[in-house]
Design a protein around this ligand. Sequence first.
Ligand code: BEZ
Ligand code: FE2
Length: 404
Amino acid sequence: MKIINSDFLYTPDGYVQNKAVAFTETIKDIGTLEELIQRYPDAKVIQTESNSILYPGFINTHVHLEFSANKTSLAYGSFKPWLDSVIEHRDELMGACNNEMMLDECTKMMRSGITTFGAISSFGNELEVCEKTPQRVVFFNELIGSNATYADMLYGDFQERVKASQSCETSSRIIPAVAIHSPYSVHPIILQKAVNVAKKNHMPLSTHFLESQAEREWLESSSGTLRAFFLKYFNTSTTVTNIEEFMHAFDTYPTHFTHCVQANEEELNYLAQKGHSIAHCPRSNRYLGCGRLAIEDLPLPFSVATDGLSSNDSLNIFDELRAAIMLHNDIPIQELSQKLLRAVTGDAAEILGLNCGKIEVDKLADFAVVTLPEKPKRTDELALWSILHTKEASEVYIEGEKYV
Ligand code: BEZ
Ligand code: FE2
């Protein structure tokens, strides 16, 4: 047993003082330091630095490690030129992205306090890295392929990757999961089969959805800038599905929809009614010129995620939260900060069905210690100050083990 004591504890009911946490792999008890020492006299006591806040480990629900080599290759500013540049540079970027590079990005995520991440995997290349990294990884095996001719082959490959991730389940912190790339890139027949795989195995399920105006125009009327993209690369001028049909494919299983920047009120209400949720990627949306997701009006739960280095400049969760504060400039800043911290802890865990994200008895002992540069004068601004002043967590624990 260990006991960790900080000046402040971030709980589901807000920040509390004079409370320590006793833990093994899971959280066993919460009480004053004196109470806990009395109850567990043999426990090792960890006193964090002054002005520290004990948070549950942060959760980055959506990241593409396979694109970690991108710095100045992909075109930012607008969705269609970016997609063109992904096709053009995909092979060289994948080639340049080795295990060392991906593991380094996992370590950087961990230093920022991320103890769980959702890895969207198109090819399964990052499985070995995700086995090695100490973090809990929801390993989203992604299905892609809109062309019916290749659909069976691509589905077969997807099934193999799902199996490979399942075989790592007992020897690592990997949780096998399913991702559908997007409405424009997955044929409806294999899409439904993959949704059924997730449902049958109770796996987390995710998909990109209505990221850009270009995607919306293509799905609505096979028009807009994606028309030239599909003619050029796929020799087709018609979409394989539409918005309504795509949403209906997920009706019976709660799914994490990434982006949804261009979804309208009716569509968001429909997703909410079916128990779905949203992964919000503020920097990715800004860098690809996709617009702002109106998080103040969302009728459904959301997480905040970095997306990959294919549309971002870092996988640091605090960089992402600071960007969210700037992007959502009309939302009162204290309220927004509190909402963002919930989005990367308890809300993200609930969305992905994980037993972490909250400092509560019986939850997994995943912690990130955030240390403020000086003694905070008020407690009602702790959320904002945590976001503004943190580049890296001062200590990180996963299932009770210290890794930072
Ligand atoms: C496809 O396989 O159909 C596809 C892949 C990437 C982007 C768009 C479409
Ligand atoms: Fe993504």
